[in-house]
Ligand binder design. Structure first.
Ligand code: NAP
Length: 675
C-alpha cells in the first residue's frame, strides 16, 4: 500500500512504510502514513529561506490574487475531493461543508484583502498619534509580515477546510505554511496539496506538507514562526507547554474541542416556529458529519417545561435518519472517521450515561444501509437526557460524534450558568422570538463564547446555522475551546504580522508609511489636480482662499437646498442653541465653498470625486468669516487599470486660524495624462 508523500524542500518524499489508515466505510486500507526520514528542520528552514522572501516581495493585493487563483483552480477539482472524502465516512453534503467551505474561505480572504488591506507590503494601522506639543514628533503603528513559517496542525474531521482556513490568512499575510494533517484523513489533504503544488500558482516554498508525526519539528520552531493547532484540548495543552514554544514565545493559536450549547427560549413553546427550528437544528448538528464537528451542539438547554416535548420531537426525527454508506443516496449520516473514533465515542457515551439517560439511539447497535456495520465505523445518533442539572458529565465530557444531551433549566440566569459550565465554547445558539431574553442570554453567554447565533423565524431561511464558522466572523473561543481566534476577517491576517509602533518626525514617518503626515512638508509649486499619478507625490498641496461667507450665501444655500434648519435662519433660536452665538453657515455650504476654492476646473487627470472620509465640523462659521482650504495629497493607491485612488488631507480654517472642518477627500486620478 502506498505511503503518503510529504512535500518538503521543494520535493515530494515518501517514507518506506507507515501506519495504515483505513476507509471509514469499508475498513479497507487506504494509505500508510509516516514522517520517518523527513528532515523537518530543513523544511522549516526552506520555508523561511525560500517561501517567505518570495511571498514578502508581493503586496497584499497580489497575494490575494494568488488566493483567488487557488480557489478557482480547486473549484475545478471538487468532485475528486468529494470522492476521497466519502472514504472518510462523509456524505456528499458533509464533503461540501469541508471542500466548498475551504474554497469559500480562500475566496473570502482574497476579496477582503483587496477591500481592506493596502496594495502594499505593510499595513499602516490607526491614526497618527500626536506625541509632542510642537508637532515635530509623532507615532503610528505598522504591521509587517513575520519572517517565519506558519505551521498548522489539523484535526481529522476537516481535511480540506482545516488547511485552507489556516492557509488563506497566512498566504495573504505573506507567510509560508507547513500543513500537517491528522493522520486518519491525511490522504484527502495530501491530494489537496498535490493540486496546489501541481498548479504552480504559489511561489516555491509557500506551502509544504508533512504527513505523519511532527513532534520533532516543534523543537525547531523559532521566534518568528507560529503554530496553529486544531484538535483535542489534551493535545492543545501539550503543545502550548512545549519547551520551544514557551522559551521562544512562538505565536500559538489553538482551536480545541468545546461543549457547545443551544438554548431554547421559554417563549418557544411546542407549536411555535422557533420550537420547530430548535429541534431541526439540533438534529442537523447531531448528524452532519456524524456529529464530528467542533462546533456541534453537545448540550441542548431547554426550559424544564419543554423537556419532554423536545426529547419526543428530536427522537422522532432521529428515527428517520438513514445511517450507512455515503455512496447510497438515501443515506443521511455516514460513518465516523475510524473504528477507533467510534470506540472513543462509545466510551464517552458511557461516561455521560453515568449522569444522564439515553433516550434515543443505541451506542452498540445501528441499522446500516449499503455497508457492513462491523467493518465501517457506523454509530446511531444518540440523545441523552439529564434531569439533574447539577451533574458534571454533560458539561465536561465531549463525545465527538452524533451525541447530544438535553438539560433542563428554570430561568435565564440558570441557562447562562449552565452554559458557562462548559468552561468556554466555540459557538452557542439561542432560539427565541423574545428580544429581551435574547439580549439577557447573549450578554450572559458572551464572555464564554467565540460566536453566538440568535435564531428566530425571521432569520431562519437565510441563517447559516449554529455549526458553520464563517470567514468574516470570529472562529475560536475562550477557555476549553482553546483561547484562539483563527478566523474573523482581516484579524486573521494580522495574526501573521508583527505590530510595531514607529516614533519619528512627520516627514520621517511619512517616508516609512508612504503617507503624508500632518506637520510634514507640503509642496505647492503646481496645482496637484494637474498631475497624473505618474507625477503626483504625497505632500503635493494647494492652499486656496480666502472666501468670505455672507448672510446672503447662507440664505441662498438654505432656500436652494431646502435646508432651512433654524440655526441657519433664525437668529434668536440659533443663539438659544448651546453650540452657536447666532446664525451659522451650513456645514455642507462650507464643504461646497471649500471645493469651489481647491478645484481646478479644466479637464485633467482627476477623474472623479468618490467620497469623503472622517468628516468633522469643528468650529461654527458665522456671516463675515473668511475660509481658507488646504488640500494635501496624503496617500496614493494605484489600482488595476488606468487610474488609482488618491486620498487628500483637507483642512478648512478661518481668519483666526481655527479649524472649521477636517476630512479626507477621495478622488480617482488617471495614471497618465497629457494636457
Ligand atoms: P487530536 O488527537 O488532538 O489530533 C489533532 C492533531 O494533532 C492531529 O493532526 C494529530 O496528528 C496532531 N497531534 C497529536 N498529538 C500531537 C503531538 N504530540 N505533537 C504534534 N501533533 C500532534 O484531535 P483529533 O482527535 O484529531 O480531533 C478531534 C478533536 O478536535 C475534537 O476534540 C474536536 O472538538 C477538535 N476540533 C476542534 C476544531 C476547532 O476548530 N476548534 C475543529 C475540529 C476539531 P495525528 O493524527 O498524526 O496523531
Amino acid at each position: 500500500m502506498a505511503v503518503l508523500r510529504s512535500f518538503v524542500n521543494g520535493a515530494w518524499q515518501a517514507p518506506a512504510d507507515g501506519v495504515p489508515v483505513r476507509d471509514a466505510v469499508t475498513g479497507e486500507e487506504v494509505a500508510r502514513v509516516s514522517s520517518d526520514g523527513i528532515d523537518l528542520a530543513a523544511a522549516l528552514e526552506y520555508g523561511r529561506r525560500v517561501g517567505g522572501p518570495a511571498l514578502r516581495e508581493l503586496t497584499f493585493h497580489q497575494r490575494a490574487a494568488l488566493a483567488k487563483s487557488l480557489a478557482l483552480m480547486l473549484r475545478e477539482h471538487r468532485d475528486e475531493l468529494y470522492a476521497l472524502s466519502a472514504r472518510t465516512g462523509a456524505t456528499r453534503s458533509d464533503a461540501m461543508i469541508d471542500v466548498d467551505g475551504g474554497i469559500g474561505v480562500l475566496f473570502a480572504y482574497a476579496s477582503r484583502a483587496k477591500r481592506e488591506l493596502p496594495n502594499d507590503t505593510v499595513v499602516v494601522e490607526g491614526a497618527v498619534e500626536s506625541l509632542s506639543r510642537g508637532g515635530t514628533f509623532v507615532g503610528q503603528h505598522i504591521l509587517a509580515p513575520r519572517t517565519g513559517v506558519a505551521v498548522q496542525i489539523n484535526a481529522f474531521n476537516f481535511p480540506v477546510w482545516g488547511p485552507l482556513e489556516k492557509l488563506a490568512p497566512a498566504l495573504v499575510a505573506g507567510v509560508p505554511t507547513i500543513i500537517k494533517p491528522a493522520s486518519q484523513t491525511a490522504y484527502v489533504t495530501a491530494r489537496l496539496v498535490e493540486l496546489i503544488v501541481e498548479s504552480q500558482i504559489l511561489p516555491p516554498g509557500s506551502v509544504q506538507l508533512v504527513c505523519g508525526s511532527v513532534t520533532e519539528l516543534l523543537d525547531h520552531l523559532d521566534e518568528q514562526d507560529s503554530l496553529s493547532f486544531t484538535g483535542s484540548a489534551a493535545t492543545a495543552r501539550r503543545l502550548r507547554s512545549h519547551p520551544a514554544i514557551v522559551a521562544r514565545a512562538v505565536r500559538f493559536n489553538a482551536e480545541a474541542d468545546s461543549l457547545n450549547c443551544s438554548i431554547l427560549g421559554p417563549d418557544a413553546a411546542p407549536g411555535t416556529p422557533e420550537f420547530d427550528l430548535y429541534v431541526a437544528q439540533l438534529v442537523t448538528e447531531m448528524t452532519a458529519k456524524a456529529g464530528q464537528k467542533c462546533t456541534a451542539i453537545r448540550r441542548a438547554l431547554v426550559p424544564v417545561a419543554w423537556m419532554d416535548a423536545v426529547v419526543g420531537a428530536v427522537h422522532e426525527r432521529l428515527q428517520a435518519v438513514v445511517v450507512g454508506n455515503p455512496a447510497d443516496e438515501t443515506v443521511r449520516m455516514g460513518a465516523l472517521a475510524s473504528l477507533e473514533q467510534r470506540e472513543e465515542v462509545r466510551r464517552a457515551v458511557k461516561e455521560l450515561a453515568a449522569g444522564c439517560r439515553i433516550v434515543s439511539g443505541d451506542p452498540e447497535h445501528v441499522s446500516v444501509t449499503g455497508a457492513d456495520p462491523e467493518r465501517g465505523a457506523f454509530l446511531s445518533p444518540i440523545l441523552l437526557r439529564c434531569d439533574d442539572s447539577g451533574r458534571p458529565e454533560p458539561h465536561t465530557v465531549e463525545a465527538f460524534g452524533p451525541v447530544s444531551t438535553v438539560i433542563g433549566y428554570h430561568d435565564a440566569a440558570e441557562a447562562i450558568a449552565l452554559a458557562a459550565r462548559g468552561r468556554g465554547s466555540l459557538a452557542g445558539s439561542v432560539v427565541t422570538g423574545d428580544p429581551d431574553f435574547a439580549r439577557t442570554v447573549v450578554v450572559g453567554l458572551a464572555p464564554w463564547h467565540g460566536r453566538i447565533l440568535v435564531l428566530d423565524r425571521t432569520a431562519a431561511a437565510e441563517s447559516t446555522g449554529h455549526g458553520s464558522p464563517l470567514p468574516a466572523l470570529v472562529h475560536g473561543g475562550p477557555g476549553r475551546a482553546g483561547g484562539g481566534e483563527e478566523l474573523g476577517g482581516v484579524r486573521a491576517v494580522l495574526h501573521h504580522l508583527q505590530r510595531t509602533a514607529v516614533q519619528a518626525s512627520p516627514d520621517m514617518l511619512g517616508a516609512i508609511t508612504g503617507r503624508w503626515v500632518s506637520g510634514g512638508t507640503r509642496r505647492t509649486d503646481e496645482h496637484p489636480f494637474r498631475k497624473s499619478l505618474a507625477q503626483l507625490r504625497v505632500g503635493d498641496a494647494v492652499v486656496a482662499g480666502p472666501r468670505t461667507v455672507t448672510l446672503e450665501d447662507i440664505e441662498h444655500f438654505a432656500n436652494f437646498t431646502g435646508d432651512t434648519f433654524y440655526a441657519h435662519m433664525d437668529e434668536a433660536a440659533a443663539r438659544a442653541n448651546p453650540f452657536f452665538d447666532g446664525r451659522v453657515a451650513h456645514g455642507y455650504l462650507v464643504l461646497a465653498f471649500a471645493a469651489g476654492l481647491f478645484v481646478q476646473p479644466d479637464p485633467g487627470p482627476v477623474l472623479a470625486n468618490y467620497g469623503i472620509d472622517n468628516l468633522r465640523f469643528l468650529t461654527p462659521v458665522y456671516p463675515g468669516d473668511e475660509l481658507t482650504v488646504t488640500l494635501t495629497c496624503k496617500q496614493i493607491s494605484p489600482r488595476d487599470g488606468d487610474y488609482g485612488e488618491v486620498r487628500w488631507d483637507t483642512v478648512v480654517t478661518k481668519q483666526d486660524g481655527s479649524v472649521v472642518a477636517a476630512y479626507d477627500v477621495l478622488t480617482m486620478v488617471a495614471k497618465e495624462w497629457t494636457p
